[in-house]
Design a protein around this ligand. Structure first.
Ligand SMILES: Cc1cc2nc3c(=O)[nH]c(=O)nc-3n(C[C@H](O)[C@H](O)[C@H](O)COP(=O)(O)OP(=O)(O)OC[C@H]3O[C@@H](n4cnc5c(N)ncnc54)[C@H](O)[C@@H]3O)c2cc1C
Length: 556
């Protein structure tokens, strides 16, 4: 036999994850960790073993749309892949949506849920997409105060029984705009029996196989713009099993997320129920977006982790120039850089997760609520960018094999590219972060949080990175104050760099805190190494730019 390159392998993805385990030891009360560890171990075994094998075997299968039956009836059936069908069953049985609604662990329930999601996600080809929307819908219906819809849908969305479990869609984007949703053209009209019916075209509807969806439409006579839209609930099929006056035109032919059935569809008299009033739909769907953005952040760190786990295993096996890659200083340096970015992204994401859990348990102060409002866009946009970069690097760690489809590696990069697009692009979320800091105490709260994190430092090696994090926040605040004096254009132009500075500075501060704890409690220097490396990548990207010059550079 000629020489073959060794395939990368995974072991138990919980047992093997130093960062997750160390975080849980620090963050959770010991008895809580003890309670959830068997389930995490089981999910880690699945994700690194049978599910990972299934994922590779199912690599080429994609959803199939059958518009017509043999007798010319319009049926619009969409069949998803075998991996997805299994993923749905597993998600229900493991309570991936149920856990935060049962709230058995109080404020820690979100950490419990998302630790499982983080393990589950990279082995299930973006099944996290319908789950994210399902969690978002469950949250929205929980807080909307519509008792009928709550009673009707919530038990299904949060069921642990796969036969009862429903997933939900989130149908917002129209061809007029995904970011500028206020331009939506779908109208809502009452029929003779007083039922609301929706008419319009939805341009990106992922997981079209869901049993229900939350969507936006403009009740006839309402004004143009976002305020005139209302939030509606619909079930995709009626009691007779037929589609609810929904035409599925086609599934999108996408770069990645190819197992996600993302459809273009027309609502042609679709029966729907207003969730909460007949206007302010964008405001009313916000709880859903906050949840789906958090799923996006968790998914981003899970993909980073998967890329690094595979690259690390390969480095131990692949021989080049007489030794395994793991003995080559430059390859080690490359892996260390990826790991440092991942660790910062991980701690950033799980701070957000902790805060959501505490919010839902009624434990957040008003100031912390403002901070949470700011962190949701900041963490989503920061981790999505880190993920694309780290996963791209992970592919390069395999040389040519990273570019070859049947290694399963290119799919990782194609899939994760979407994390910076859906649920709000980087720019759109940067502008949202600006809204979050205007007139409220969110920036002060962030500054205080960073100072509290860095105040735990006693090891001299952490002092300079701690100062770097504090300084970056300070300079971001000063930049905002100074630039705002000259109008909105400069602030808007710098919004992305401002947002990324906040995200990376907070990531560094969180890493610093964890590193100090790791030194004290675990005599482990690896988080310290992550701090030093992440700090050397830099956290600050704010700075004045000449708008005129930028314009000629961008368009010239
Ligand atoms: C695989 C996939 C699945 C999806 N599934 C769903 C789904 O299930 N439901 C759903 O509702 N949507 C879904 N979407 C749509 C997605 O949410 C939108 O594509 C996204 O919000 C961007 O909207 P857009 O495509 O209209 O781009 P645009 O809004 O046109 O944005 C184009 C570019 O302009 C930038 N931009 C826009 N406004 C500004 C501004 N004010 N300042 C600076 N830059 C700006 C953006 O950052 C972006 O780079 C999906 C998308 C993909 C790729």
């Amino acid at each position: 036999m000629p020489f073959n390159q060794p395939a990368p392998e995974l072991t138990n993805q919980y047992v093997d994850d130093r960062v997750l385990r160390s975080y849980l030891r620090r963050a959770l009360p010991a008895e809580v960790l003890q309670q959830i560890e068997p389930q995490l171990t089981e999910m880690g075994e699945l994700a690194g073993g049978p599910l990972y094998g299934f994922q590779r075997a199912d690599r080429l299968s994609e959803p199939v749309h059958t518009p017509w039956d043999a007798w010319g009836n319009r049926i619009d059936q969409v069949e998803v892949s075998a991996l997805w069908r299994t993923a749905e069953q597993l998600a229900a049985r493991h309570g991936l949506i149920a856990i935060p609604y049962e709230r058995a662990l109080g404020a820690w329930s979100r950490v419990h849920q998302f630790a499982l999601v983080y393990l589950f996600t990279p082995s299930t080809d973006v099944y996290s997409c319908p789950l994210a929307m399902t969690d978002g819908a469950a949250r929205t219906l929980s807080v909307a105060g519509n008792a009928d819809l709550r009673t009707r849908a919530l038990p299904h969305l949060t069921s642990r029984d796969p036969r009862e479990f429903w997933t939900s869609g989130q149908w917002m984007t129209e061809s007029t705009g995904g970011s500028d949703v206020g331009l939506s053209e779908t109208v809502a009209r009452q029929d003779d029996q007083g039922r609301w019916r929706l008419y319009g075209r939805k341009w990106f509807t992922s997981a079209v196989t869901s049993r229900m969806s939350l969507t936006l439409a403009r009740p006839e006579g309402n004004p143009a713009g976002g305020k005139g839209l209302a939030l509606f609930y619909l079930e995709t099929r009626g009691e007779d099993g037929h589609l609810n006056n929904i035409l599925v035109h086609r599934l999108k032919d996408k770069l990645g997320t190819r197992k996600v059935p993302t459809a273009e569809l027309t609502l042609d008299g679709t029966i729907a129920v207003p969730v909460l009033g007949l206007s302010e739909g964008i405001r009313n769907i916000a709880p859903m977006l906050n949840v789906t953005r958090t799923w996006n952040s968790v998914s981003a760190v899970s993909y980073m982790r998967r890329g690094i786990a595979l690259a690390r295993d390969y480095a131990l096996k692949r021989i080049a120039f007489g030794a395994p890659l793991a003995e080559k200083p430059l390859h080690l340096d490359t892996l260390a850089g990826m790991q440092a970015e991942f660790e910062a992204a991980f701690h950033l994401t799980f701070l957000l997760v902790e805060m959501i859990g505490r919010d839902e348990a009624g434990e957040l102060s008003a100031e912390e609520k403002d901070l949470l409002r700011l962190l949701t866009p900041i963490v989503k946009l920061t981790t999505a960018k880190q993920c694309v970069s780290a996963v791209s690097e992970a592919l390069e760690c395999f040389g040519g094999a990273g570019y070859v489809e049947d290694t399963g590696l290119p799919m990782l990069l194609r899939d994760c590219q979407v994390f910076s697009i859906w649920e709000g692009t980087t720019n759109v979320l940067s502008l949202d972060a600006l809204r979050a800091v205007s007139g409220v105490s969110a920036l002060d709260a962030l500054g205080r949080r960073v100072a509290a994190l860095t105040s735990t430092v006693t090891d001299a090696r952490l002092l300079e990175p701690a100062r770097q994090a504090e300084q970056a926040i300070l300079e971001a605040v000063r930049w905002l104050e100074a630039t705002s004096k000259h109008g909105t254009e400069g602030v808007e132009a710098g919004a992305r760099r401002f947002a990324l500075t906040l995200g990376r500075a907070l990531g560094l501060a969180l890493l610093v805190r964890h590193a100090q704890w790791g030194l004290n409690a675990e005599s482990d220097e690896r988080s310290l190494a992550a701090v030093l490396r992440f700090a050397s990548h830099g956290v600050k990207s704010i700075g004045d730019s000449d708008l005129g010059l930028s314009r000629s550079l961008a368009l010239g």
